[in-house]
Write a protein that binds this ligand. Structure first.
Ligand code: MLT
Length: 436
C-alpha cells in the first residue's frame, strides 16, 4: 500500500475506495473504478480550462505561483537572465544542462548555420498581402517549412528530432524578420552568421543600405534577456497545444505552427499589445485615478496585471522593469514608462487589487520596451514566438520520450438531446422550441 492515500466513500453506493497519492496528485483514471453498477462508465473529473489538472510530468520548468518563483531546469530565471545568453538557455531547456564551452560553440555554430530559409519559402512569403498581420505570416510560414523537410515526420529518431529542433530555432527569427519587413514593404535581409542570435535578428529587421549592421549592444542584450524570460512557462495554452498536436505525432513544424496559433490570441501572446493600448487610453499619469475607478466598476480591464498561476509579482516582470531602464538610457525617455510605473504604484497599494492578488505580469513592461526599441505593436506576438519555440520544442521532446503519453483525448459531459428521430424534426413542439 502506498504511504499517502486518499480515502473516498461513494455515498451513492456506500462503497469506500483507497486511492494512492503521488507528488500531491491522484490519478484521474483511478476514479474510473468508482461505479454505481457494472454498466456505469465510472467516475470522471470535470475541469474546464484545466484549472486543476496535471497533464504530464515535466522536469523542464518549475513555477511557484504563490512565491513568484520561476526556474528552468532548476536554475532561477534571475540568474539565467543575468549570466547567460539566449542560446545557452535554449540548450539548457532542451538538453537539461548548461553547455560546456565546447558544446556551446558547436551549438551556436549549428543554430547560426540553419538561419537561411529556402528561396521558395521567401517567395511564398512574398505572396502575402501588403497588410497581412505578421503573426499570420509567421504561423503559415512555419507550417510551410513542413513541406521542405518531409523527413521531419520521423519523430521517433532522436537524431532526426535534433536536426529539426536546430532548423526551427535557426529559422524562426528569419521568418519573423521577413514577416516584419514584408509588412513595411522593405526588401528582405539575409541572415549574417557572424552575429549573435539577437544581433542577427536585429540585422534582418533593421539593416538598410549600410554594408554591415551594427546592433547597439545594450539593445541586443535587452532582446536576449527578453528572449530568455519568454523561452518557457510550463503548461501554458500554447505549450499545451504543442503537446496536444505533437501527441498525434504531427511533425514539429506543424506542431510549432499550431502552438504559435494559440499564442496569437489576445488572451495569451497578444496581451502586451493590449497594455500599450491601455496606456495610450490613460494618456497622462493624472488620469490614473479615474481609470482605476473605471476598472473597479467593471467598465474596463487593467491589462498586464494578474496571471493564471502567479498570485504574486511575476518574476519576469521584475527583470523586464530593470531591462526597461537600460533600454531607455539608449532610446531616450518614454512617457508610457512613466504612466506604467505610476499605474503600478497605485494598483499595488490599492486594497481592491491587493485582495485579488493582481500583480504586474510579464506583459506589463515588455510592450513598452519593444516599442521603444522601434518595433510596431503587431510584431510583439512574433517576438514572443521566437524564444517560446525553444520551450515548445523542449516540451515536445519530453512528450515524445515519455512512455506514459498517448494521443491527447479528453472526455466530455454530454449535455445534448437523448436519441431522437428525424421524422419528429418538424413537429409543432420542435418548431416552437427553435423559435425560442
Ligand atoms: C506564458 O508565458 O505563457 C504566459 O505567462 C501564460 C501562462 O503561463 O499561462
Amino acid at each position: 500500500m502506498p504511504e499517502e492515500t486518499l480515502r473516498i466513500t461513494d455515498n451513492r453506493t456506500g462503497k469506500a475506495y483507497e486511492l494512492p497519492i503521488s507528488q500531491g496528485t491522484v490519478r484521474a483514471i483511478d476514479l474510473r473504478q468508482i461505479k454505481t453498477d457494472s454498466s456505469d462508465f465510472g467516475l470522471m473529473t470535470y475541469d474546464p480550462a484545466f484549472l486543476n489538472t496535471a497533464s504530464c510530468q515535466s522536469s523542464i520548468t518549475f513555477i511557484d505561483g504563490d512565491r513568484g518563483i520561476l526556474r528552468y531546469r532548476g536554475y532561477s530565471i534571475d540568474e539565467l537572465a543575468e549570466k547567460c545568453n539566449f542560446l545557452e538557455v535554449a540548450y539548457l531547456l532542451l538538453f537539461g544542462e548548461l553547455p560546456a564551452p565546447g558544446e556551446l560553440k558547436e551549438w551556436e555554430h549549428n543554430i547560426t548555420h540553419h538561419t537561411m530559409i529556402h528561396e521558395n519559402l521567401k517567395k511564398f512569403m512574398e505572396g502575402f498581402r501588403f497588410d497581412a498581420h505578421p503573426m499570420g505570416m509567421f504561423v503559415s510560414s512555419v507550417a510551410a517549412l513542413s513541406t521542405f523537410y518531409p523527413e521531419a515526420r520521423d519523430i521517433k529518431s532522436q537524431a532526426n528530432r535534433r536536426m529539426q529542433v536546430m532548423r526551427l530555432i535557426g529559422k524562426v527569427p528569419t521568418i519573423a524578420a521577413y514577416a516584419y519587413r514584408h509588412s513595411l514593404g522593405l526588401p528582405y535581409v539575409y541572415p549574417d552568421n557572424s552575429l549573435t542570435y539577437a544581433a542577427n535578428f536585429m540585422n534582418m529587421l533593421w539593416k538598410m543600405t549600410e554594408a554591415k549592421y551594427d546592433a547597439n549592444p545594450v539593445l541586443a542584450r535587452a532582446l536576449e534577456i527578453l528572449f530568455i524570460l519568454h523561452a518557457d512557462h510550463e503548461q501554458n495554452c500554447s505549450t499545451n497545444t504543442m503537446r496536444c498536436v505533437g501527441s498525434a505525432h504531427s511533425d514539429p513544424y506543424l506542431s510549432v505552427a499550431a502552438a504559435a496559433s494559440a499564442l496569437a490570441g489576445p488572451l495569451h501572446g497578444g496581451a502586451n499589445e493590449e497594455v500599450l493600448r491601455m496606456l495610450d487610453e490613460i494618456g497622462d499619469a493624472k488620469n490614473i485615478p479615474s481609470f482605476i475607478d473605471k476598472v473597479k466598476r467593471g467598465e474596463c480591464k487593467l491589462m498586464g496585471f494578474g496571471h493564471r498561476v502567479y498570485k504574486n509579482y511575476d518574476p519576469r516582470a521584475k527583470i523586464i522593469k530593470q531591462t526597461a531602464e537600460a533600454v531607455f538610457k539608449v532610446t531616450g525617455f518614454n512617457p508610457k514608462l512613466e504612466t506604467a510605473i505610476a499605474l503600478e504604484q497605485v494598483a499595488l497599494k490599492d486594497e481592491y487589487f491587493v485582495a485579488r492578488k493582481l500583480y504586474p505580469n510579464v506583459d506589463f513592461y515588455s510592450g513598452i520596451i519593444y516599442q521603444a526599441m522601434g518595433f510596431t505593436p503587431d510584431i510583439f506576438t512574433v517576438l514572443f514566438a521566437i524564444p517560446r519555440t525553444v520551450g515548445w520544442l523542449a516540451q515536445w521532446n519530453e512528450l515524445v520520450e515519455d512512455p506514459e503519453q498517448k494521443i491527447a483525448r479528453p472526455r466530455q459531459i454530454y449535455t445534448g438531446h437523448a436519441l431522437r428521430k428525424c421524422e419528429e424534426a418538424n413537429t409543432a413542439a420542435h418548431t416552437q422550441a427553435a423559435k425560442g
